[in-house]
Design a protein around this ligand. Sequence first.
Ligand code: SF4
Length: 175
Amino acid sequence: MTEAPPGIEGPGFVATSLDKVIGLARSNSIWPLPFATSCCGIEFMATMGANYDLARFGSERLSFSPRQADLLMVMGTIAKKMGPVLRQVYLQMAEPRWVIAVGACASSGGIFDTYSVLQGIDRVIPVDVYVPGCPPRPEQIIDGVMRIQDLVKNESLRRRNSAEYKQLLAGYGIQ
Ligand code: SF4
């Protein structure tokens, strides 16, 4: 919240900026797209269950359609052959979109330092938050979602049109 302009203070008035209202709304209604290829996906299932309850963040509505998702959660080992598929899913998501790499495999290839495994999804798409662990516990996944909420809440509405953001995407060959 910001300071109320003079003359409109007192009970019944709230002053804020459009950026903050939109950030608050977006951060409490994130629709995740779970891209789960192996064991970390099982931890995500636990995170969605009643005990950990990701729904408390307004994220209970999982989207298996990229066009209706804000947050791409990549969980599991990503083979190099799967890289273009992951990239296509990312491209089909509308802006603003965010990405979490859940677990060691998605973040860095994990223990699979082999010819066939992508050594981190940031080789093909930009990543906002990395969650360590093999597998990470549901608490860690929830912490990753909360870090995304911080980013969403504080992101300027102009960021996606900025030269820096366009440069970041251009680095991945994305227009
Ligand atoms: S990080 Fe560990 S638990 Fe997660 S997908 Fe890789 S091997 Fe499985």
